[in-house]
Design a protein around this ligand. Structure first.
Ligand SMILES: Cc1ncc(COP(=O)(O)O)c(C=O)c1O
Length: 417
């Protein structure tokens, strides 16, 4: 089921009032649903010693959402200075903050290590000497190359720019020891939007083999393993949801066995974004124009600058029309206003016949939706709203304005002759 049933029930009766009050388009997120999913995740991993979720801030970098994550006891996974800033503003630092960047600058390292620091996750062996001061606890992102365990969506690790190669593992940890590191973690991210939990189990086994190898060859124990994000959500109505309970149980079992064999087991971290917030957000847009040429098009008042996934990945986002489930239907393309032909939220989709002013729910925009927005064609990104647990609706990010767009044209003259 795309968009959680509870969310649909909660929002549908009030959607017209919300749209009239705030104006369309907007992303709206469901606090209740996010909390339920967060608790489900915690429950599924309750038998896993040292389990911690570091919410991937890039999925939904909004302080109101981050405070929900914080209240669930989650840390944050960041990949840039502004994400670190937002995490710190929400009161998160030190071992609650993981910094997983790539092609990192020294300035970014300095920022990540200041103000209480973070768990630094290094993407390459060449960065060891570039970290201004080696922290006591260091982590490396591992790229298994052809030892891959992940899915095809994320691509072939051999072609991926991320992480240290298999042959570099021992050298990386040994060099970081020489620079003063004393405590260690290992990270990888090998799947994206994966609904088959077995991939994550295989990834866990693979990282544990590496932990044993590092221990054998360098006599150091690795404190944690982090399997990254990639837990999938059912974007299509026919998709089966990820079996989070079995994932938690099997990982718990593997760690127990590791403990029997090695006398200890590392903590287990994930940095899920999509699974936590994805189904608990929708982009609400209004039908504004109808065009009949070789195909029938319905133009809405949002465009791909508010949701890029269909255009860049050909991703499916389910669309429903509130209160029009049983109406006569038509096959249409749902399009935005960008001068790009891939600015389509749906292609040849069977939908209830729409009229001007109808509202559409473009589902599952709670992760990698608004945050992937951009300004091409000088299109401005829409506002974000939160449907709170008490039923109220709060503006949590205003829409972009012309002034925001033009602000980077307001600068001190600077000419080099
Ligand atoms: C390093 C890293 N961790 C976590 C995530 C979150 O992934 P997801 O939202 O699919 O769980 C991403 C997504 O791009 C990522 O690059």
């Amino acid at each position: 089921m795309p968009m959680s049933y509870g969310f649909e029930q909660r929002i549908t009766p009030k959607i017209q009032k919300i749209a009239d009050h705030f104006g369309t388009p907007f992303h709206i997120y469901d606090e209740e649903g996010i909390r339920e999913t967060g608790k489900k995740l915690i429950e599924a991993f309750s038998k896993v010693k040292g389990f911690k979720e570091f919410f991937a801030v890039k999925a939904l970098p909004n302080p109101a959402i981050m405070s929900v994550m914080k209240s669930l006891g989650f840390g944050f996974d960041c990949s840039s200075k502004p994400e670190v800033y937002l995490s710190r503003q929400s009161g998160c630092t030190g071992s609650d903050l993981m910094f997983t960047s790539n092609n990192t600058t020294i300035d970014e390292f300095e920022n990540a290590l200041s103000n209480g620091g973070c768990i630094l996750n290094l993407d390459d062996i060449s960065l060891i000497s570039k970290v201004p001061e080696m922290p006591e606890l260091i982590c490396f992102r591992y790229n298994p190359g052809n030892r891959r365990t992940g899915n095809d969506i994320i691509g072939n690790p051999i072609e991926a720019k991320y992480g240290i190669s298999h042959d570099q593992v021992i050298e990386a940890y040994s060099k970081s020891i020489k620079r003063g590191a004393k405590r260690f973690g290992i990270h990888t991210m090998l799947a994206s939007n994966e609904l088959n939990y077995k991939y994550m189990v295989k990834t866990t086994e693979m990282l544990l083999e590496l932990v044993e190898k590092i221990n054998r060859e360098l006599s150091v124990s690795v404190e944690f393993i982090n399997i990254g994000g990639g837990l999938g959500i059912p974007y299509r109505p026919e998709d089966e949801p990820l079996d989070i309970v079995s994932l938690g149980n099997e990982i718990s079992q593997i760690l127990i066995e590791f403990n029997h064999k090695n006398g200890y087991s590392p903590k287990f971290f994930i940095e899920s974004g999509r699974y936590i917030t994805g189904p608990h957000g929708v982009l609400v847009a209004k039908a504004i124009n109808f065009k009949n040429i070789y195909r029938r098009y319905v133009g809405v008042d949002a465009c791909m600058s508010s949701l890029m996934r269909p255009a860049i990945y050909g991703a499916y986002h389910h669309i429903t029309v509130p209160n029009k489930k049983n109406d006569k239907r038509d096959i249409v393309d749902i399009v935005g206003s960008l001068c790009e032909n891939n600015d389509k939220f749906a292609v040849q989709r069977n939908l209830p016949i729409l009229k001007e002013g109808d509202l559409l729910f473009i589902h599952d925009t709670g992760a990698h939706g608004s945050s992937m927005g951009f300004n091409y064609n000088a299109r401005l990104r829409p506002k974000e709203l939160l449907l709170k647990s008490d039923g109220s609706v709060e503006l949590i990010r205003r829409q972009e304005t012309m002034d925001d767009y033009l602000s980077t044209l307001n600068f001190q003259e600077d000419i080099l002759y």
